[in-house]
Ligand binder design. Structure first.
Ligand SMILES: O=C(O)CCC(=O)C(=O)O
Ligand SMILES: [Fe+2]
Length: 335
């Protein structure tokens, strides 16, 4: 593995070690330098991960017209299918070479937050045509709940890295916007243009993203020190954890929400499942105690709802094929 890659961090001490000092130091360093790390021994069962990837594969194997029945654009809940090339982060090709399917916490229409049209809150679309529709639903819901649990644990560690108490992000973690995104990247053609992307360079909007990737490879993150794109080499069962834009706002840029992209030159299909944890829509993100500069905070306070809805509107307008991510300027010296 390239020494310039994000570090691999063992999460086992979170469950066993009362001080967790070493874990906290490693996470802190990764947040300051990369905004990315890989997490192992995190308590999400491997067979649950495998089942999610298997169901995802079976979903994308369905005919296009079946998947289109669940298109994300049919309602405003940000759930369902986004077709190939519907997203275009770098705007240098006819679109990113991937298709996706969004699932969140399955909320009824009479849920208070759904009635209030809070960002990302609503019912799921569950495809009926997958080989085992009942199991698809059960596995996705179970995985979603397990990922909320892991998100809350990681948020506690992040609070500790900033010298704050475990419950600092407690209100943020209540009734969160949390989105599971099943992704399928077909293999890139060998003679394709050199600006072909599975997903173009972007940063994520929320607090943290926890990505499960298969063994294909192709995810890259920008290394600010060596000024190069570095691979995030797949580690079986690990989560690639990265900080979203909210973490930069909270920490007044002490922590990095870093650029990443996918280029699938493997000649194989690639499957990945990011889980985006973006918090309670009514929570206000403001500079955390101890992160101010002498002149104060760089960013004004903003609610999760305003932030998320605003980022979507800025990047995608109201068109279909929305996704959680944000285009920033391409860093200098990018090949
Ligand atoms: O599939 C991946 O490895 C990355 C996906 C991603 O960055 C995103 O969905 O925001
Ligand atoms: Fe991303």
């Amino acid at each position: 593995m390239n020494p310039n890659e994000p570090p691999i961090i063992d999460f086992a001490p979170f469950y066993k070690d009362s001080t967790k000092e070493d874990l906290i130091n490693q996470v802190k360093q990764a947040c300051e330098t990369f905004g990315f790390f890989q997490l192992i021994n995190h308590a999400i069962p491997t067979d649950l991960q495998d089942a999610v990837l298997q169901h995802s594969k079976e979903l994308f194997d369905l005919p296009l017209e079946t998947k289109e029945k669940y298109n994300i654009a049919t309602d405003g809940f940000n759930r369902g299918y986004e077709r190939l090339r519907s997203q275009n982060f770098e705007k240098r090709t006819k679109g990113d070479l991937k298709e996706g399917f969004y699932l969140g916490k399955d909320l009824p229409l009479d849920d208070e937050y759904v009635i209030q049209r809070r960002f990302g809150q609503g019912p799921n679309k569950y495809p009926a045509e997958v080989p085992d529709a009942e199991d698809f639903r059960r596995i996705m819901d179970e995985y979603h709940d397990a990922m909320i649990g892991l998100s809350v644990s990681i948020m506690q560690v992040l609070a500790r890295t900033l010298g704050l108490g475990d419950d600092t992000f407690g209100d943020f973690c209540d009734h969160p916007v949390s989105i599971l995104r099943l992704l399928h990247y077909p293999p890139q053609e060998v003679d394709t243009s050199d600006v072909e992307r599975g997903i173009g360079a972007h940063t994520d909007f929320g607090a943290i993203t926890m990505l499960l990737q298969d063994d294909t490879g192709g995810l890259q993150v920008w290394n600010n020190v060596s000024s190069e794109w570095v691979d995030v080499t797949p580690v079986p069962g690990a989560y690639v954890v990265n900080l979203g834009n909210m973490m930069m706002r909270w920490t007044n840029n002490r922590y990095l929400s870093n650029l990443h992209r996918v280029i699938n030159t493997s000649g194989k299909e690639r499957f990945s499942v990011p889980f985006f944890f973006s918090g309670n829509p009514n929570y206000t993100i403001r500079c955390l105690p101890g992160c101010e500069d002498p002149e104060g905070a760089k960013y004004p306070p903003i609610t999760v709802h305003e932030w998320m809805a605003g980022r979507y509107a800025d990047t995608y307008g109201t068109s279909e094929g929305k996704a959680i991510g944000e285009m920033r300027e391409e860093p200098k010296n990018v090949k």
